[in-house]
Each structure stands twice: as structure tokens, then as C-alpha cells.
Design a protein around this ligand. Structure first.
Ligand code: KG4
Ligand code: ZN
Length: 336
């Protein structure tokens, strides 16, 4: 079964053709990073307009690269939430129009379900159940993947998402947008033990996350350097901040696996492409004999191949949308 998938929830306009949820025939991504860099972050209205300009182009490119026509496609999958409402609406409208014109089934996909499903593309042997750490610019969740399309959220962030903290700290130390990859690069020259930034633990749910404390701590550190007339070492701040975030992500995930008895773990989302996180999580898993899965960086950050994978498993469960499908900006995982 070949699915044409569309993703437009934030700042990437993407389309892909995916067969049986695992085999990627094309994965086209048109990034808006260059436009939003001018403003230091994603401007929702500009994102919507850029999606409108690109969505048909990327869908055509995905079909062309996969060497299939719209008529040869079996279904259309599209992200309908969560995300920026105007951005989501562009993808949803385009997908509905294509599904109607070609007389194909339409499948509305949850964006986070897409991120998790990127692991099915990367690892053909991976089957649920497993425990998945989802870390992106908008989300930080520890998710129990009980079965295809069946999730239980074990822990979530109470404030900033991990990627959001990377982006805010990057801006504060003059690295600009998008912060994650820039902090990773600069950290390679820094000392991760130079500054002891805090690791938040929440007493009422040990699997919940909080990143506003570490972010404020970085800002306080920068302020105190300025007050003392001292110059801070950018690479040391970046490396120490990254270490604090990675530490929390790894310790929460391992604690969750230990408590619930999972030995199969996965990571997903933009921050899952972070090298320090991959290394630390791999080490922690190796020590305990756990099997760890994570997608290639191109499948970690927003893309449509992951949406095609999730759409396939939704379709198999009979979850077909109709042409009333609408964008749901704050869609919860497991909700429809
Ligand atoms: O999954 P994604 O593309 O979009 C959302 O669904 O939010 O994630 C984007 C986030 C951004 O905050 C970006 O800074 C972060 O992922 N990110 C990284 C890295 N690459 C992207 N964070 C840390 N290290 C990276 N290498
Ligand atoms: Zn995402």
C-alpha cells in the first residue's frame, strides 16, 4: 500500500511516498529556516504563507521521485495536529483536495505519532511494545507505545520542551535559530563540566520534565558574568547546558524503563538527532542490556515520511478521516 503523506505543522513543508509504513520511496522537505532566521524564531503567519507557496510543489516532487501518479497512490495521509493552526490548515486543505480529486481515502495523522513511527522506517524489525522518548521543539514526552497507534504518556514537560530550551539558550548566547544543531556544534569545543546547571526532578511524577529552571539558570549565569565584567566562554555554557538536558532525558527514560520493565527503547523528534543525547542514551542502554532505536537525523526532524508510516498503521486500524477533517492545534496523543 502506497501512501502520499503531507506534513506542514511548523516550519517544514514536506511530502513523501511511503509503502506499507516502512519503505520510503521519496521524502521531500522544503525548509523555511532561512526565512525565520531573520526573526530569530518561527513566525506563524509567515510559516502559513510559505506552506501555501510550497505544498503542491513538494507533493508533486514526492510523486515524481517515487515514480508514481496520484492515481497510483492508495491513500493520502496528513498531519492535522498538534502544531501551528495556520500551518496545519495548509497541509490539511491540500490533502483533502487531493483525496477528493483522486477519490482516495484520507488519513489524519497525529504529529507525535508520526515522530514515533519514524523508528518503524529506520528499523524494519521494530514492533511495539516499547518505551519512546519524544523530544522536539514543541514536545517532550516519555511515551509507552503499547501497540501500533496505542499510547500511554508516562511523563511530559511541565513548561518548556527540550528543543525549545535549546533554541532559547542558543539565542541567549548569540548562536541564533535553530538552536539545537548550533549548540551541539559549539559544545564540541567546550567543557561539559565547566558549569553545574540544575537538573530538575519533580516529586509528584518522577517521569515529568521541566526545562525552564535550567534555561533561567543559564540566563542568570550570563547576567552575573556581565555584572562582574567577565566574559563567559560560549562553548562551555553550551556544553554544560547540553549536558544538563541530556542527563535529565537519559535518567528519566532509564528510570521509566526500569520501573515498567521495558528493555526496548526508542527516541524520536528533532532533539533525538543530538549527538550527545544519542551517545549518552546508547551508553546507558548498553550498560543495562537494553536495545535502543533512533532514526537518522533526517527522520528525527520534521518530515512527511514519518507521517506516511503512522498513516499506514492508522489505516490498518480503520482510522479513516472524512473531508470534514480540520486542523487541531492542541491535539493530544491518543485522541482523535
Ligand atoms: O521535531 P522537530 O523538527 O519539530 C517539532 O516538532 O518541534 O524539532 C525541532 C527542534 C528544534 O527545537 C531544534 O532546535 C531541535 O529540534 N534540534 C536539536 C538538534 N537538531 C534539532 N536539538 C539538539 N540537538 C540537535 N542536533
Ligand atoms: Zn515535529
Amino acid at each position: 500500500m502506497k501512501i502520499l503523506a503531507i506534513e506542514s505543522s511548523c516550519d517544514e513543508t514536506a511530502a513523501a511516498v511511503v509503502e506499507d509504513g516502512r519503505k520510503v520511496h521519496s521524502n521531500i522537505i522544503s525548509s523555511q529556516i532561512a526565512i525565520h532566521t531573520l526573526y530569530g524564531g518561527v513566525v506563524p503567519e509567515i510559516a502559513s504563507r510559505a506552506h501555501i507557496e510550497k505544498v503542491i510543489q513538494v507533493a508533486d516532487a514526492a510523486l515524481e521521485e517515487a515514480k508514481v501518479s496520484l492515481q497510483e497512490i492508495d491513500a493520502i495521509g496528513v498531519t492535522y495536529g498538534p502544531g501551528l493552526v495556520g500551518a496545519l490548515l495548509v497541509g490539511v486543505s491540500a490533502a483533502k483536495a487531493m483525496a477528493y480529486a483522486a477519490g482516495k481515502p484520507l488519513i489524519g495523522v497525529h504529529h507525535i505519532e508520526g515522530h514515533i513511527s519514524a523508528n518503524y522506517i529506520q528499523a524494519p524489525d521494530l514492533e511495539p511494545p516499547f518505551l519512546c522518548l519524544v523530544v522536539s521543539g514543541g514536545h517532550t514526552n516519555l511515551v509507552i507505545v503499547k501497540d501500533y497507534g496505542e499510547y500511554e504518556v508516562l511523563g511530559s514537560t511541565r513548561d518548556d520542551a527540550a528543543g525549545e530550551a535549546f533554541d532559547k539558550v542558543a539565542r541567549a548566547i548569540g548562536l541564533g535559530y535553530p538552536g539545537g544543531p548550533k549548540i551541539q556544534r559549539v559544545s564540541e569545543q567546550g567543557d561539559k563540566n565547566a558549569i553545574d546547571f540544575p537538573r530538575a526532578k519533580l516529586s509528584d511524577n518522577p517521569f515529568d520534565f521541566s526545562f525552564s529552571g535550567v534555561k533561567s539558570s543559564v540566563l542568570n549565569y550570563l547576567n552575573s558574568c556581565e555584572m562582574k565584567g567577565e566574559k563567559y566562554v560560549q562553548a562551555d555554557v553550551a556544553a554544560s547546558f547540553q549536558e544538563a538536558v541530556v542527563d535529565v532525558l537519559v535518567s528519566h527514560t532509564i528510570a521509566g524503563a526500569k520501573k515498567l520493565g521495558y528493555t526496548k527503547l526508542a527516541m524520536a523528534g528533532g532533539v533525538a538527532s543530538n549527538k550527545a543525547l544519542r551517545e549518552a542514551m546508547s551508553d546507558a542502554c548498553k550498560k543495562r542490556g537494553y536495545k535502543l532505536y533512533y532514526p537518522d537525523p533526517i527522520l528525527c526532524t520534521d518530515n512527511a515520511a514519518m507521517i506516511g508510516a503512522a498513516a499506514y498503521y492508522d489505516y490498518k486500524r480503520g482510522l479513516i478521516s472524512d473531508l470534514h477533517l480540520n486542523a487541531v492545534p492542541n491535539l493530544k496523543l491518543g485522541e482523535r
